[in-house]
Design a protein around this ligand. Structure first.
Ligand code: AHR
Length: 332
């Protein structure tokens, strides 16, 4: 009898100890939890990446993975292949695994409230990385780390205004938008439009999504060229679409950077090379190196410390001359 009572007490103590250790992703107490990480003291982060659609994304994934390693954070990484349903599945799986913190770069802005509520109910803090969501309830995430995409669009528009300041002629613009419904596509369009709409000589004669990929950028630009005999400027929401469009422009017997001026966003290596080669005229930088800041924020939110609700990435712009100077030291 005594033996049975001792066994029951032991089982009870073991269960309580395990419950205490699991942390369950509780933002207040799980700094040494790591229930999904196999029992050591590491913070466990579940990260849902958009995909591998662009040079920017590849550099961003590398930055997140390397920084997690350096920060001693156990990273569970999944690639959603640009599908929201895959991101929702990944987030639900991280909730089930009781990770300490979830970070993700939302492929589109809308439709996240339900899954974010599930994470909140499970007391797992969420960090938005790179892209925003349009949820009214901002308590569903701890912070949003990333660029100011509206500002990027404004910088692109301002270059155009300055470039054509002495001309009275109509400037026909075609626009390659990023993924439909994504924050960078919405905001880069809005910022650009705000600046150029002050002068009626700027006319956006065609605007379509190229899904942030080189292949789609080429395909859509080919269609633009067929249906629009006079295109003066291409504004592409990222380098990759701009690079695809350059192939289409050359295929149509025109000279990119001269016959058609090109503005892009990102400043990844291939884009910067095309800028230095004179095929692109201006690039607005969008930095993918978010990893180190993300890991710092993750450590803080897991400890229950206060973090700013918005952390904006510092960025610049590049002309052709500046690209030539910057290229040898460019990290991505
Ligand atoms: O969200 C950032 C954007 O996503 C980058 O500008 C683009 O290249 C990427 O695919």
């Amino acid at each position: 009898m005594l033996k049975r009572i001792s066994a029951l007490i032991l089982a009870g103590v073991t269960a309580l100890t395990m419950a205490g250790c699991s942390g369950g992703g509780d933002g207040d107490s799980s700094a040494s939890g790591g229930s999904a990480g196999g029992g050591d003291d590491k913070i466990v982060m579940g990260f849902s990446q958009v995909g591998a659609e662009s040079g920017w994304r590849t550099a961003n994934t590398k930055s997140v993975q390397e920084s997690a390693k350096e920060a001693g954070i156990d990273l569970k990484f999944s690639d959603a292949q640009q599908k929201q349903e895959n991101q929702i599945k990944a987030i639900r799986s991280y909730i089930q695994q009781k990770v300490d913190v979830i970070a993700f770069s939302p492929v589109v802005e809308s439709g996240w409230d339900t899954v974010l509520k599930e994470a909140q109910n499970a007391k797992i803090p969420v960090i938005l990385t790179d892209r925003a969501v349009d949820s009214k309830d901002t308590s569903l995430y701890k912070t949003f780390l990333g660029s100011d995409f509206v500002e990027e669009g404004k910088k692109a528009g301002q270059w155009l205004v300055d470039e054509y300041k002495d001309s009275k002629d109509t400037v026909n613009i075609v626009e390659l938008q990023g993924t439909t419904g994504s924050a960078p596509a919405n905001d880069r369009k809005a910022g650009f439009s705000e600046i150029i709409s002050a002068d009626p000589k700027f006319k956006v004669i065609a605007s379509q999504s190229g899904d942030f990929t080189r292949a789609k950028g080429k395909e859509v630009m080919e269609a633009f060229l067929k249906s629009n005999p006079k295109i003066d400027v291409l504004y592409a929401h990222n380098d990759d679409m701009g690079l695809g469009a350059i192939e289409a422009i050359e295929g149509a017997g025109k000279v990119p950077g001269k016959d058609i001026k090109i503005i892009t966003v990102d400043a990844v290596h291939d884009g910067m090379q095309a800028l230095a080669d004179g095929k692109i005229n201006y690039i607005v930088e969008c930095s993918p190196l978010l990893g180190p800041q993300l890991m710092d924020l993750a450590k803080k939110v897991v400890k229950g410390e206060q973090v700013p609700p918005r952390v904006v990435t510092e960025e610049t712009t590049f002309t052709q001359e500046q690209a030539k100077e910057a290229l040898p030291n460019r990290k991505y």
